[in-house]
Write a protein of this length. Sequence first.
Length: 214
Amino acid sequence: MSNGFTLEQFINPPKKARLMFEAVIGFVHEKTDPGSLTVQDITGRAGVGKGTAYEYFSSKEELITLALFFDYGLRIRELQELLEKKKNFKEKMYGILDWLHDNKSYHTTFVKMIQISAGEEGVCQMLETRIPQDVFDGMHSYLIEEGDALMEEGYKQGCFNETDKVKRRLALAGMVVNLVLTMNGEEKRESAFFVMDYKEVREFAYASLVKTLS
């Protein structure tokens, strides 16, 4: 990264860098293809000079990738703080589903983030970059460790009896997918099959998780 801009600064990035990050995320939430953005688009929306981008980032691709990572980090911390306030496994699972439901605008960011960190060819070619390996490794470890700890909590509370960690991860992912698919179906109105009351969807997703692991 140019001019000493470090990953640790994601928690509290310099003001102008944050403005550019927020500009990128604003475009992404509006369904703008990140690959079509120009530095001028980003700095114009951020209200800074075009040359400012190169004071912090070596390229447009680096700026976009780090903006996605910045937003992803904010959402993960937000979710973590929410879960810390929940009393038991079921409340935490409902908390995850409620958070996903209430933050639909962040889905695109999450998808882009996962695609880049996983090295998906099309996305990486578009941005011509990846998250540094140490950052990806840390993010991956965090998600696995936190997810496993959460599922172990459910096991100890007697919510299910499955002990295999991989099966637990698959069931947790399935619960999230159930909700996201339902919400996407409602938004696109492609089929009345998907139109359900959110509380019913939440109960079904959680019940499916417990049943799968029992």
